[in-house]
Design a protein around this ligand. Structure first.
Ligand SMILES: [Zn+2]
Length: 426
Protein backbone atom coordinates (compact mmCIF):
# COMPACT_ATOMS: atom_id res chain seq x y z
CA UNK A 1 0.00 0.00 0.00
CA UNK A 2 1.49 3.31 -0.98
CA UNK A 3 -1.54 5.57 -0.93
CA UNK A 4 -1.59 7.78 2.07
CA UNK A 5 -5.11 8.98 2.65
CA UNK A 6 -8.64 7.94 1.98
CA UNK A 7 -9.45 11.07 -0.04
CA UNK A 8 -6.66 10.28 -2.47
CA UNK A 9 -7.87 6.71 -2.69
CA UNK A 10 -11.34 7.87 -3.55
CA UNK A 11 -10.16 10.31 -6.22
CA UNK A 12 -8.11 7.60 -7.86
CA UNK A 13 -11.01 5.18 -8.05
CA UNK A 14 -12.06 6.98 -11.24
CA UNK A 15 -8.58 6.45 -12.68
CA UNK A 16 -8.92 2.69 -12.09
CA UNK A 17 -12.21 2.50 -13.90
CA UNK A 18 -10.93 4.24 -17.00
CA UNK A 19 -7.98 1.83 -17.21
CA UNK A 20 -10.03 -1.30 -17.48
CA UNK A 21 -12.03 -0.99 -20.64
CA UNK A 22 -12.99 -4.44 -21.93
CA UNK A 23 -11.35 -3.57 -25.26
CA UNK A 24 -7.95 -2.88 -23.71
CA UNK A 25 -8.22 -6.11 -21.74
CA UNK A 26 -8.97 -8.17 -24.86
CA UNK A 27 -5.99 -6.62 -26.67
CA UNK A 28 -3.59 -7.68 -23.89
CA UNK A 29 -4.94 -11.22 -23.79
CA UNK A 30 -4.10 -11.75 -27.46
CA UNK A 31 -0.40 -10.99 -27.06
CA UNK A 32 1.66 -14.12 -27.64
CA UNK A 33 5.29 -14.99 -28.37
CA UNK A 34 7.73 -17.87 -27.83
CA UNK A 35 8.94 -16.06 -24.68
CA UNK A 36 5.41 -15.83 -23.34
CA UNK A 37 4.86 -19.52 -24.11
CA UNK A 38 8.01 -20.30 -22.11
CA UNK A 39 6.91 -18.08 -19.20
CA UNK A 40 3.50 -19.76 -19.10
CA UNK A 41 5.12 -23.20 -19.11
CA UNK A 42 7.38 -22.28 -16.15
CA UNK A 43 4.34 -21.04 -14.22
CA UNK A 44 2.63 -24.40 -14.66
CA UNK A 45 5.44 -26.08 -12.69
CA UNK A 46 6.32 -23.39 -10.11
CA UNK A 47 3.73 -21.30 -8.25
CA UNK A 48 3.93 -17.59 -8.95
CA UNK A 49 3.92 -16.05 -5.45
CA UNK A 50 3.09 -12.35 -5.30
CA UNK A 51 4.29 -10.59 -2.15
CA UNK A 52 1.70 -7.84 -1.83
CA UNK A 53 -1.89 -7.24 -2.96
CA UNK A 54 -4.08 -4.70 -1.16
CA UNK A 55 -7.50 -6.10 -2.05
CA UNK A 56 -8.63 -6.26 1.63
CA UNK A 57 -8.08 -2.51 2.10
CA UNK A 58 -9.78 -1.78 -1.21
CA UNK A 59 -12.87 -3.71 -0.11
CA UNK A 60 -12.74 -2.10 3.34
CA UNK A 61 -12.35 1.52 2.34
CA UNK A 62 -12.63 2.16 -1.37
CA UNK A 63 -15.67 0.35 -2.65
CA UNK A 64 -19.33 0.61 -1.77
CA UNK A 65 -20.69 -1.09 0.25
CA UNK A 66 -17.55 -1.10 2.43
CA UNK A 67 -16.28 -4.37 3.98
CA UNK A 68 -18.80 -6.38 1.92
CA UNK A 69 -16.76 -9.24 0.47
CA UNK A 70 -19.77 -10.82 -1.24
CA UNK A 71 -20.80 -7.56 -2.95
CA UNK A 72 -17.29 -7.05 -4.37
CA UNK A 73 -17.79 -10.10 -6.57
CA UNK A 74 -14.45 -11.58 -7.62
CA UNK A 75 -16.29 -13.85 -10.09
CA UNK A 76 -17.12 -10.77 -12.16
CA UNK A 77 -14.70 -8.32 -13.80
CA UNK A 78 -14.04 -5.92 -10.91
CA UNK A 79 -13.25 -2.20 -11.05
CA UNK A 80 -9.82 -2.87 -9.48
CA UNK A 81 -6.73 -4.85 -10.43
CA UNK A 82 -7.86 -8.21 -9.08
CA UNK A 83 -10.56 -10.80 -9.79
CA UNK A 84 -10.64 -14.57 -10.16
CA UNK A 85 -10.56 -14.67 -13.97
CA UNK A 86 -7.58 -12.32 -14.17
CA UNK A 87 -5.75 -14.19 -11.35
CA UNK A 88 -6.17 -17.36 -13.44
CA UNK A 89 -4.97 -15.63 -16.62
CA UNK A 90 -1.98 -14.29 -14.64
CA UNK A 91 -1.28 -17.85 -13.41
CA UNK A 92 -1.04 -16.61 -9.82
CA UNK A 93 -0.20 -19.63 -7.65
CA UNK A 94 -0.02 -17.96 -4.26
CA UNK A 95 -0.82 -14.51 -2.96
CA UNK A 96 0.14 -12.62 0.17
CA UNK A 97 -3.05 -10.61 0.80
CA UNK A 98 -1.96 -7.44 2.58
CA UNK A 99 -4.01 -6.59 5.67
CA UNK A 100 -2.77 -2.98 5.73
CA UNK A 101 -3.61 -0.62 8.61
CA UNK A 102 -2.82 3.12 8.34
CA UNK A 103 -0.39 4.37 10.98
CA UNK A 104 -0.99 8.07 10.52
CA UNK A 105 -3.62 8.50 13.22
CA UNK A 106 -1.85 7.91 16.52
CA UNK A 107 -3.50 5.31 18.77
CA UNK A 108 -6.57 5.13 16.53
CA UNK A 109 -7.34 1.55 17.50
CA UNK A 110 -4.70 -0.14 15.36
CA UNK A 111 -5.39 -3.59 16.82
CA UNK A 112 -9.14 -3.38 16.17
CA UNK A 113 -8.56 -2.32 12.55
CA UNK A 114 -5.95 -5.07 12.20
CA UNK A 115 -8.41 -7.71 13.42
CA UNK A 116 -11.07 -6.39 11.02
CA UNK A 117 -8.58 -6.47 8.14
CA UNK A 118 -7.62 -10.06 8.92
CA UNK A 119 -11.36 -10.84 9.05
CA UNK A 120 -11.87 -9.31 5.59
CA UNK A 121 -8.93 -11.27 4.15
CA UNK A 122 -10.20 -14.51 5.67
CA UNK A 123 -13.72 -13.83 4.35
CA UNK A 124 -12.31 -13.15 0.85
CA UNK A 125 -10.55 -16.52 1.00
CA UNK A 126 -13.50 -18.49 2.37
CA UNK A 127 -15.93 -16.85 -0.08
CA UNK A 128 -14.28 -18.65 -3.04
CA UNK A 129 -13.33 -22.06 -1.60
CA UNK A 130 -13.01 -23.58 -5.08
CA UNK A 131 -10.37 -21.03 -6.12
CA UNK A 132 -8.69 -19.73 -2.93
CA UNK A 133 -7.38 -21.57 0.14
CA UNK A 134 -5.84 -20.21 3.32
CA UNK A 135 -2.15 -21.12 3.45
CA UNK A 136 -0.11 -21.07 6.66
CA UNK A 137 3.04 -22.92 5.61
CA UNK A 138 5.29 -23.50 2.61
CA UNK A 139 3.84 -27.03 2.40
CA UNK A 140 0.34 -25.51 2.20
CA UNK A 141 1.45 -23.43 -0.81
CA UNK A 142 2.87 -26.50 -2.54
CA UNK A 143 -0.26 -28.58 -1.84
CA UNK A 144 -2.75 -25.89 -2.97
CA UNK A 145 -0.74 -25.27 -6.13
CA UNK A 146 -1.13 -28.95 -7.01
CA UNK A 147 -4.88 -28.65 -6.29
CA UNK A 148 -5.10 -25.61 -8.64
CA UNK A 149 -6.22 -23.29 -5.86
CA UNK A 150 -4.48 -20.00 -5.10
CA UNK A 151 -2.65 -20.44 -1.81
CA UNK A 152 -3.67 -17.37 0.17
CA UNK A 153 -1.33 -16.01 2.80
CA UNK A 154 -1.88 -13.04 5.10
CA UNK A 155 0.74 -10.28 5.36
CA UNK A 156 0.50 -7.46 7.93
CA UNK A 157 1.77 -4.02 6.95
CA UNK A 158 3.00 -1.79 9.76
CA UNK A 159 4.50 -2.70 13.15
CA UNK A 160 2.25 -0.17 14.90
CA UNK A 161 -0.49 -2.85 14.75
CA UNK A 162 1.05 -4.83 17.60
CA UNK A 163 0.58 -1.79 19.88
CA UNK A 164 3.96 -2.60 21.49
CA UNK A 165 2.70 -6.03 22.60
CA UNK A 166 4.43 -9.33 21.84
CA UNK A 167 1.23 -11.08 22.99
CA UNK A 168 -0.69 -9.29 20.21
CA UNK A 169 2.03 -10.35 17.74
CA UNK A 170 1.59 -14.00 18.74
CA UNK A 171 -2.20 -13.85 18.41
CA UNK A 172 -1.89 -12.33 14.92
CA UNK A 173 0.30 -15.29 14.01
CA UNK A 174 -2.37 -17.64 15.37
CA UNK A 175 -4.94 -15.86 13.15
CA UNK A 176 -2.80 -16.60 10.09
CA UNK A 177 -0.46 -13.62 9.64
CA UNK A 178 2.78 -14.82 8.05
CA UNK A 179 4.68 -11.57 7.65
CA UNK A 180 4.86 -8.24 9.41
CA UNK A 181 6.29 -5.18 7.68
CA UNK A 182 8.13 -3.61 10.61
CA UNK A 183 6.79 -0.12 9.78
CA UNK A 184 4.49 1.48 7.26
CA UNK A 185 5.14 5.16 6.48
CA UNK A 186 5.21 6.23 10.14
CA UNK A 187 8.11 5.64 12.53
CA UNK A 188 6.84 3.43 15.38
CA UNK A 189 7.92 3.50 19.03
CA UNK A 190 10.57 0.91 18.14
CA UNK A 191 11.47 1.15 14.41
CA UNK A 192 12.32 3.94 11.96
CA UNK A 193 10.33 4.21 8.72
CA UNK A 194 11.80 5.16 5.33
CA UNK A 195 9.39 8.06 4.82
CA UNK A 196 9.41 9.46 8.37
CA UNK A 197 11.99 10.98 10.70
CA UNK A 198 14.58 8.63 12.22
CA UNK A 199 14.15 8.51 15.98
CA UNK A 200 15.89 5.28 16.94
CA UNK A 201 18.88 4.85 14.62
CA UNK A 202 17.06 1.75 13.26
CA UNK A 203 15.56 -0.56 15.88
CA UNK A 204 15.31 -0.01 19.65
CA UNK A 205 16.09 -2.94 21.99
CA UNK A 206 12.33 -3.75 21.98
CA UNK A 207 12.36 -3.60 18.17
CA UNK A 208 15.11 -6.21 18.16
CA UNK A 209 13.02 -8.34 20.56
CA UNK A 210 10.09 -8.09 18.09
CA UNK A 211 12.35 -9.51 15.34
CA UNK A 212 13.56 -12.31 17.65
CA UNK A 213 9.99 -13.22 18.59
CA UNK A 214 8.96 -13.21 14.90
CA UNK A 215 11.85 -15.62 14.25
CA UNK A 216 10.61 -17.86 17.08
CA UNK A 217 7.07 -17.84 15.66
CA UNK A 218 8.07 -18.34 12.02
CA UNK A 219 6.59 -15.01 10.92
CA UNK A 220 8.61 -13.45 8.08
CA UNK A 221 10.35 -10.15 8.84
CA UNK A 222 9.35 -7.73 6.04
CA UNK A 223 11.71 -4.79 5.51
CA UNK A 224 9.78 -2.87 2.85
CA UNK A 225 8.88 0.64 4.14
CA UNK A 226 11.65 0.75 6.78
CA UNK A 227 14.74 3.01 6.76
CA UNK A 228 18.13 1.61 5.70
CA UNK A 229 19.25 1.74 9.35
CA UNK A 230 16.26 -0.41 10.33
CA UNK A 231 17.02 -2.84 7.46
CA UNK A 232 20.57 -3.11 8.73
CA UNK A 233 19.58 -3.56 12.39
CA UNK A 234 17.03 -6.25 11.48
CA UNK A 235 19.62 -8.11 9.37
CA UNK A 236 22.02 -7.97 12.34
CA UNK A 237 19.56 -9.65 14.72
CA UNK A 238 17.41 -11.99 12.55
CA UNK A 239 18.17 -15.69 12.45
CA UNK A 240 15.79 -16.33 9.53
CA UNK A 241 15.83 -14.95 5.97
CA UNK A 242 14.00 -11.62 5.59
CA UNK A 243 11.77 -10.42 2.77
CA UNK A 244 11.06 -7.08 1.17
CA UNK A 245 7.41 -7.69 0.19
CA UNK A 246 7.18 -4.73 -2.25
CA UNK A 247 10.29 -2.61 -2.94
CA UNK A 248 12.65 -1.84 -5.83
CA UNK A 249 16.34 -0.97 -6.26
CA UNK A 250 17.64 2.35 -4.93
CA UNK A 251 20.61 2.35 -7.33
CA UNK A 252 18.17 2.68 -10.25
CA UNK A 253 15.58 4.97 -8.65
CA UNK A 254 16.62 7.15 -5.72
CA UNK A 255 13.40 6.84 -3.72
CA UNK A 256 13.60 6.25 0.07
CA UNK A 257 11.24 3.24 -0.30
CA UNK A 258 13.83 1.38 -2.37
CA UNK A 259 16.62 -0.95 -1.22
CA UNK A 260 20.23 0.33 -1.36
CA UNK A 261 22.97 -1.86 -2.88
CA UNK A 262 24.70 -2.03 0.55
CA UNK A 263 21.63 -3.94 1.84
CA UNK A 264 21.26 -6.06 -1.34
CA UNK A 265 24.86 -7.19 -0.79
CA UNK A 266 23.90 -8.61 2.62
CA UNK A 267 21.12 -10.84 1.26
CA UNK A 268 23.26 -13.84 0.22
CA UNK A 269 24.46 -14.27 3.82
CA UNK A 270 20.94 -13.81 5.21
CA UNK A 271 19.12 -15.82 2.52
CA UNK A 272 16.40 -13.20 2.09
CA UNK A 273 14.71 -11.79 -1.01
CA UNK A 274 13.57 -8.49 -2.50
CA UNK A 275 10.15 -8.92 -4.11
CA UNK A 276 10.31 -6.24 -6.78
CA UNK A 277 7.27 -4.00 -6.83
CA UNK A 278 5.32 -2.38 -9.68
CA UNK A 279 4.75 0.98 -7.88
CA UNK A 280 5.51 3.51 -10.67
CA UNK A 281 7.17 6.02 -8.31
CA UNK A 282 9.64 3.35 -7.17
CA UNK A 283 10.48 1.88 -10.60
CA UNK A 284 10.65 5.02 -12.78
CA UNK A 285 13.12 7.80 -11.91
CA UNK A 286 10.90 10.37 -13.65
CA UNK A 287 7.84 9.26 -11.68
CA UNK A 288 9.86 9.28 -8.44
CA UNK A 289 10.75 12.95 -8.89
CA UNK A 290 7.08 13.93 -9.21
CA UNK A 291 6.07 11.65 -6.31
CA UNK A 292 8.67 13.16 -3.96
CA UNK A 293 7.60 16.68 -4.98
CA UNK A 294 3.98 15.63 -4.27
CA UNK A 295 5.02 14.52 -0.78
CA UNK A 296 6.87 17.80 -0.17
CA UNK A 297 3.85 19.80 -1.35
CA UNK A 298 1.57 17.75 0.92
CA UNK A 299 3.82 18.48 3.90
CA UNK A 300 3.90 22.17 3.05
CA UNK A 301 0.08 22.29 2.83
CA UNK A 302 -0.25 20.51 6.18
CA UNK A 303 1.88 23.21 7.77
CA UNK A 304 0.13 26.15 6.15
CA UNK A 305 -3.54 25.24 5.52
CA UNK A 306 -5.69 24.29 8.53
CA UNK A 307 -8.87 23.22 6.72
CA UNK A 308 -8.57 19.58 5.55
CA UNK A 309 -11.04 19.92 2.65
CA UNK A 310 -9.21 22.97 1.35
CA UNK A 311 -5.90 21.14 1.72
CA UNK A 312 -7.21 18.19 -0.28
CA UNK A 313 -8.47 20.47 -3.07
CA UNK A 314 -5.10 22.25 -3.22
CA UNK A 315 -3.22 18.94 -3.45
CA UNK A 316 -5.58 17.64 -6.14
CA UNK A 317 -4.99 20.83 -8.13
CA UNK A 318 -1.23 20.34 -7.72
CA UNK A 319 -1.51 16.73 -8.94
CA UNK A 320 -3.45 17.89 -11.99
CA UNK A 321 -0.72 20.40 -12.85
CA UNK A 322 2.04 17.86 -12.22
CA UNK A 323 1.02 14.59 -13.85
CA UNK A 324 3.21 11.61 -12.98
CA UNK A 325 5.05 10.09 -15.98
CA UNK A 326 4.08 6.46 -16.71
CA UNK A 327 6.40 3.63 -15.72
CA UNK A 328 6.85 0.54 -17.92
CA UNK A 329 7.11 -3.23 -17.62
CA UNK A 330 10.69 -2.97 -18.96
CA UNK A 331 11.62 -0.71 -16.02
CA UNK A 332 10.27 -3.29 -13.56
CA UNK A 333 12.39 -5.91 -15.36
CA UNK A 334 15.41 -3.59 -15.01
CA UNK A 335 14.97 -3.59 -11.20
CA UNK A 336 14.67 -7.38 -11.16
CA UNK A 337 17.87 -7.62 -13.24
CA UNK A 338 19.63 -5.21 -10.86
CA UNK A 339 18.68 -7.17 -7.73
CA UNK A 340 19.87 -10.30 -9.49
CA UNK A 341 23.16 -8.63 -10.43
CA UNK A 342 23.94 -7.36 -6.92
CA UNK A 343 22.31 -9.96 -4.63
CA UNK A 344 22.06 -12.97 -6.94
CA UNK A 345 19.27 -14.89 -8.64
CA UNK A 346 18.38 -16.63 -5.36
CA UNK A 347 17.40 -13.33 -3.75
CA UNK A 348 14.72 -11.84 -5.98
CA UNK A 349 10.95 -12.20 -6.22
CA UNK A 350 7.81 -10.29 -7.22
CA UNK A 351 5.63 -8.03 -5.01
CA UNK A 352 3.18 -6.13 -7.19
CA UNK A 353 1.19 -3.90 -4.76
CA UNK A 354 -1.85 -4.29 -7.04
CA UNK A 355 -4.98 -2.66 -5.61
CA UNK A 356 -2.73 -0.57 -3.37
CA UNK A 357 -1.54 1.67 -6.18
CA UNK A 358 -3.36 4.37 -8.09
CA UNK A 359 -1.19 4.12 -11.20
CA UNK A 360 0.24 1.02 -12.90
CA UNK A 361 3.18 0.49 -15.28
CA UNK A 362 2.38 0.17 -18.98
CA UNK A 363 2.23 -3.57 -19.64
CA UNK A 364 1.46 -4.50 -16.00
CA UNK A 365 -2.05 -3.18 -15.73
CA UNK A 366 -3.49 -5.88 -13.47
CA UNK A 367 -2.93 -9.38 -12.05
CA UNK A 368 -3.39 -11.01 -15.46
CA UNK A 369 -0.01 -9.64 -16.65
CA UNK A 370 2.53 -11.50 -14.48
CA UNK A 371 3.44 -13.90 -17.34
CA UNK A 372 4.30 -10.88 -19.55
CA UNK A 373 6.94 -9.83 -17.01
CA UNK A 374 8.49 -13.30 -17.04
CA UNK A 375 8.34 -13.28 -20.84
CA UNK A 376 10.38 -10.06 -20.91
CA UNK A 377 13.03 -11.67 -18.68
CA UNK A 378 13.01 -14.82 -20.85
CA UNK A 379 13.66 -12.52 -23.80
CA UNK A 380 16.62 -11.06 -21.86
CA UNK A 381 18.17 -14.51 -21.48
CA UNK A 382 16.83 -15.82 -18.17
CA UNK A 383 16.74 -19.63 -18.01
CA UNK A 384 13.58 -21.54 -17.05
CA UNK A 385 15.19 -22.47 -13.72
CA UNK A 386 15.95 -18.84 -12.90
CA UNK A 387 12.45 -17.72 -13.92
CA UNK A 388 11.11 -20.34 -11.51
CA UNK A 389 13.25 -18.97 -8.66
CA UNK A 390 11.97 -15.45 -9.32
CA UNK A 391 8.35 -16.51 -9.65
CA UNK A 392 8.08 -18.41 -6.38
CA UNK A 393 10.95 -20.83 -5.81
CA UNK A 394 12.90 -18.29 -3.79
CA UNK A 395 9.97 -17.34 -1.54
CA UNK A 396 9.21 -21.02 -0.92
CA UNK A 397 12.83 -21.57 0.13
CA UNK A 398 12.68 -18.52 2.46
CA UNK A 399 9.47 -19.74 4.09
CA UNK A 400 10.80 -23.30 4.53
CA UNK A 401 13.96 -21.86 6.15
CA UNK A 402 11.97 -19.54 8.45
CA UNK A 403 9.85 -22.51 9.54
CA UNK A 404 12.99 -24.56 10.34
CA UNK A 405 14.45 -21.66 12.36
CA UNK A 406 11.15 -21.34 14.27
CA UNK A 407 11.14 -25.06 15.11
CA UNK A 408 14.66 -24.80 16.51
CA UNK A 409 13.98 -21.60 18.47
CA UNK A 410 10.77 -23.02 19.96
CA UNK A 411 12.84 -25.86 21.38
CA UNK A 412 15.40 -23.39 22.73
CA UNK A 413 13.22 -20.71 24.34
CA UNK A 414 9.80 -19.79 25.64
CA UNK A 415 7.59 -17.01 24.23
CA UNK A 416 9.09 -13.63 25.14
CA UNK A 417 7.39 -11.76 27.98
CA UNK A 418 9.56 -8.65 27.56
CA UNK A 419 7.88 -5.22 27.42
CA UNK A 420 8.83 -1.98 25.71
CA UNK A 421 8.88 -0.23 29.11
CA UNK A 422 11.41 -2.76 30.38
CA UNK A 423 13.67 -2.80 27.32
CA UNK A 424 13.55 0.80 26.11
CA UNK A 425 13.17 2.39 29.59
CA UNK A 426 10.34 4.68 28.53
ZN1 LIG B 1 3.11 -0.57 1.18
Amino acid sequence: MVLRDASRLFLLFTVHCSLFTPFAHRMMAQTSSPDLTRARKVLRSVPLIDGHNDLPWRIRAEVKPPRDVAAYDLRQHTSGHTDLARLAEGQVGAQFWSVYVPGEFKDSGYARIQLEQIDIARRIISHSPDRLALALTAADIEREFRQHRIASLIGMEGGHVIENSLGALRVYYALGARYLTLTHNVTTDWADAALDSARHGGLTPFGREVVREMNRLGMLVDLSHVSPATMSAALDVTEAPVIFSHSAARALVDHPRNVPDSILQRLPANGGIVMVTFVPAFVSAEAAVVDLRHTAREKELKATVADTAERRRALEAWDKDNPQPRATLAQVADHIDHVRQVAGVDHVGIGSDFDGIDRVPIGLEDVSHFPDLLAELARRGWSDADLGKLAGGNLLRVLHQAEAVAQRLQRERQPSTKTIEELDRK
